[in-house]
Design a protein around this ligand. Structure first.
Ligand code: ADP
Length: 255
C-alpha cells in the first residue's frame, strides 16, 4: 500500500501540487487525469520518491519512503517516465536493466536473471527482436520493451507516465491490455493518461486533478456522474453502454 499524506511539492520553491492526500489501491489501476500542467507528473514523481516533497510524507508499507535505500525501493516500485532518450542498447540488455536492483555490486547477471529476462521478452512477444538495437524498433515495440524492463524489475507498484502517448490506436490498446494483465498479476498500477476515454474505460479508480489539487478520486462511473470532468476540461461528456461485456465508452464534446 502506498499513501501520500498532506503532500505539497514543486520545483525551486514554487508549489505545484498542494494538499495531496491519496492512497493507491493494491492490485488495481489508478489513472491520474487533468489538464496540461496541472501537476500529474509532479504527483507521480513525488509518489515514486523521484521528487522530494516540500511538505507531507509518502508512506510505503507503513514506512516513510525516504527511509528505503535506492536499491530496496527499486525492488518495490518502478517508474516509467514520459520522455526518454532512445539509448543505444539491445532489447536484451535494456530488459536486463530491470534486474539491476537484484544484482551484486559488479552487476553480473546470474542464470536466474538471464532466464527471467529471456522469459519476459518472450511473454511480451518480442522474441524476434531480442538482439536488435532498440533504435531499430517502432515506437510501439519500443514501449513494449520498456514495459518488459519493468516486468523484469518485478515490483508490486508500477508508475507509468503517459505510456500510450504517440502510439497508434492498435499499440495504445495493446499496451493498455498489457497493463490490465499486470493488474491481474496483483500489481498496483498508477499512471497518467491523456486519453480520457481510455482512462475511464481501463481504470478501477480515476484521480482528477486541477490546479495542483485532487478534485475527485473515485470509480470511473462516479467520476463521470460527478460532472467534474466537464467542469475541469470545459467539455460535455457522454457515456455509451453496450449490451454485451464491452466496457462503457465515453465521448467528449466542447461545451
Ligand atoms: P502535468 O503532468 O499535469 O502536465 P507537471 O506536473 O509536469 O504537469 O507540471 C506542473 C507544473 O510544474 C508546470 O507548470 C510545469 O511547468 C512545472 N514543472 C514541471 N517540471 C518542472 C521542473 N523540472 N522544473 C520547474 N518547473 C517544472
Amino acid at each position: 500500500m502506498i499513501k501520500l499524506k498532506n503532500i505539497t511539492a514543486g520545483y525551486n520553491n514554487v508549489e505545484v501540487t498542494k494538499n495531496i492526500n491519496i492512497a493507491f489501491e493494491e492490485a488495481s489501476i489508478t489513472t491520474i487525469i487533468g489538464k496540461n500542467g496541472c501537476g500529474k507528473t509532479t504527483l507521480l514523481k513525488t509518489a515514486a520518491n523521484i521528487l522530494k516533497a516540500f511538505k507531507g510524507e509518502v508512506i510505503l508499507k507503513d514506512r516513510n519512503i525516504s527511509s528505503f535505500s535506492n536499491k530496496e525501493l527499486a525492488k518495490k516500485l518502478s517508474f516509467l517516465p514520459q520522455i526518454r532518450k532512445v539509448p543505444n542498447i539491445t532489447v536484451y540488455n535494456l530488459v536486463m536493466h530491470g534486474r539491476y536492483p537484484y544484482l551484486d555490486f559488479l552487476r553480473v547477471p546470474q542464470q536466474k536473471d538471464k532466464e527471467i529476462v529471456q522469459k519476459t521478452i518472450e511473454d511480451m512477444a518480442l522474441g524476434k527482436y531480442i538482439n536488435k538495437n532498440i533504435y531499430e524498433l517502432s515506437g510501439g515495440q519500443r514501449q513494449k520493451v520498456y514495459i518488459a524492463m519493468l516486468l523484469a524489475q518485478d515490483t508490486d507498484i508500477i508508475f507509468l507516465d503517459e505510456p500510450t502517448t504517440y502510439l497508434d490506436i492498435n499499440h495504445q490498446l495493446e499496451i493498455l491490455e498489457i497493463i490490465k494483465r499486470l493488474k491481474k498479476m496483483g500489481k498496483t498500477i498508477v499512471m497518467v493518461l491523456h486519453d480520457l476515454n481510455n482512462a475511464l474505460s481501463y481504470s478501477d479508480k480515476i484521480c482528477l486533478m486541477d490546479k495542483g489539487e485532487i478534485v475527485i478520486y473515485d470509480s470511473p462511473e462516479k467520476v463521470f456522474e460527478s460532472r467534474e470532468i466537464d467542469r475541469v476540461f470545459k467539455v460535455y461528456s457522454s457515456q455509451i453502454t453496450f449490451e454485451d461485456e464491452m466496457p462503457k465508452q465515453y465521448l467528449f464534446n466542447l461545451k
